[in-house]
Design a protein. Structure first.
Length: 512
């Protein structure tokens, strides 16, 4: 039974997920922020390049100096419209910006230019597919709005143990990111998902990321913060009104989105089962524990004192402009998947497995590099996916490229590697041991193909098991597997098993 710390509404022990979901229905809402890949910032001409020295990509506008005047970035508006079209939104014929007043230590103006009740895009949806015991299930996630705003600067808290402001000796601020075009995509409450809520959340963010990348409007690199997600969640007894929601901020990987939803269902169920009440608050997700901790309470409604931004004119995209942008839309991921399913001759389950693993683009790129489709799927959804799951990273974060797989497959085809040795090559690549050739050389992974060496290993194995040799010569050829296995073991898996078998039968004067 979970216990509750009544001073902060936390629980010491979380309920098991199955127990938590059996008594409560979840409602999820996802707010996804996407930094647009424009060359300049939202209101000025400063560069948006990632990784520059701190405070070197700033000007009076993005520093909020008195007298500076913002100007809307046309490319950012175009990108936002394209996102809205991809998400089946209505594109507003007229919208405007608003000032959101709040204490932003990392926003030099001390307010944010955003959109409030008049967004550029609204009332859309995105269909996602999740696996169920009864097969793939399509879930429609409705989009409330897609609106434009600006990103904040970046704070670095120094001198503490956690990297957070609490306990830090001082904080440093880098304004390079301040003013970068930021798009917020807000879903309507997603209900009726039941125990599939974590999977639906991950599938939605995965599909949204695929859409963003397909549009070419952002690199959507969650590990760099160019795409991040706030997870809103509440639970309630079936049939009751929605419960109090929490907001887990800045979740920065697809895997963590799923874990954050699952963890928060477990936590809130534990609070309610132990007689406490869920507090409306922001929370911080911790990758190492898979749990979240309290941020700040939001039980009192925030008064951001929105009012129309006086320094910017409204945006009124013409229907002709919207239609021009519609004509430039690329093939959307769902349409692409249907095409690839036919081209690769795989069933819906296999395709969905690729999608769930985040492997479709990787497999496609590997095939484009010259690798057989079956081999490309085998490596990305087999060994490499296992490593990604074991290490808790997304598949595309592994340091293995389509070119690497092409080189490994070429070595297999030439007889220089087998599948077992190839797995060791991938392990070396992931561990940063250099190129494919470097790993093969450093680990001594080349297949033993010299007949003399193989015959010596065969003779040694036969001498150790004379009874097996007699069985083979008496016609029980299946017994050859024991000798082949012994040779593979003595050569540390570096022999060609088929060649060993052929040499063994030849040695014993036995034919298939």
């Amino acid at each position: 039974m979970s216990t509750q710390n009544m001073t902060n509404g936390e629980v010491d022990v979380y309920l098991d997920y199955d127990e938590a979901i059996s008594g409560y229905d979840p409602v999820i809402g996802l707010e996804t922020h996407v930094e647009l890949g424009t060359h300049s910032k939202m209101w000025c001409g400063c560069s948006t390049n990632f990784g520059a020295d701190s405070n070197t990509q700033v000007c009076p506008v993005c520093l909020g100096l008195p007298g500076s005047m913002p100007v809307v970035n046309r490319a950012a508006v175009e990108s936002t419209i394209r996102i809205g079209l991809a998400l089946n939104c209505t594109i507003a014929e007229w919208c405007r910006f608003a000032r959101k007043n709040y204490f932003y230590p990392d926003m030099p103006k001390d307010y944010q230019i955003s959109q409030y009740d008049e967004p550029l895009c609204f009332d859309g949806y995105l269909d996602v597919t999740v696996e169920t015991p009864d097969g793939p299930q399509v879930v429609r996630v409705e989009i409330e709005r897609v609106h434009m705003e600006e990103d904040t600067g970046k704070l670095t808290h120094a001198g503490g143990a956690t990297g957070r402001i609490h306990g830090a000796d001082y904080s440093l601020v880098d304004y390079n990111r301040a003013g970068i075009p930021l798009i917020e995509i807000v879903t309507k409450p997603v209900t009726g998902t039941g125990r599939l809520a974590p999977e639906v959340a991950r599938a939605y963010v995965t599909e949204l990321r695929n859409v963003i990348i397909a549009l070419g409007v952002s690199d959507a690199r969650m590990e760099e913060g160019s795409m991040r997600c706030d997870v809103n969640l509440s639970i309630a007894v079936p049939g009751a009104e929605w419960g109090t929601r929490s907001e887990t901020k800045n979740v920065n990987s697809l895997r963590s989105v799923e874990r954050a939803v699952r963890s928060e269902i477990e936590r809130q169920a534990s609070v309610l089962n132990s007689g406490g009440r869920v507090i409306q608050e922001t929370r911080h997700f911790h990758e190492d524990t898979g749990r979240s901790t309290s941020g700040r309470s939001k039980e009192q409604a925030e008064d951001y004192r929105y009012f129309p931004e006086p320094d910017l004119v409204p945006v009124a995209p013409s229907r002709e402009w919207v239609d021009e942008l519609r004509a430039t839309m690329p093939e959307m991921p769902a349409v692409k998947r249907a095409r690839l399913q036919a081209e690769w001759n795989i069933n819906e389950f296999e395709l969905q497995s690729l999608a769930n693993a985040g492997a479709i683009e990787l497999v496609e790129a590997t095939i484009a590099a010259g690798v057989d489709a079956a081999a490309a799927r085998k490596w990305w959804t087999g060994e490499l996916l296992r490593v990604a799951n074991d290490t808790g990273v997304d598949l595309d974060s592994l340091s293995v490229t389509p070119a690497d797989i092409k080189q490994v497959e070429a070595l297999i085809a030439s007889g220089s590697l087998n599948d077992k040795l190839a797995r060791q090559v991938f392990d070396g690549l992931i561990n940063g041991e250099g190129t494919v050739d470097d790993v093969v050389a450093k680990r001594g992974l080349a297949v033993v193909s010299d007949d003399g060496a193989l015959l010596a290993a065969i003779d040694e194995a036969l001498a150790a098991a004379p009874d097996v040799a007699e069985k083979i010569m008496s016609g029980k050829i299946q017994a050859a597997g024991a000798i082949v296995g012994a040779v593979m073991k003595s050569t540390k898996g570096q022999a060609d098993a088929a060649k060993v078998r052929a040499l063994l039968l030849e040695r014993l004067g036995v034919s298939e």
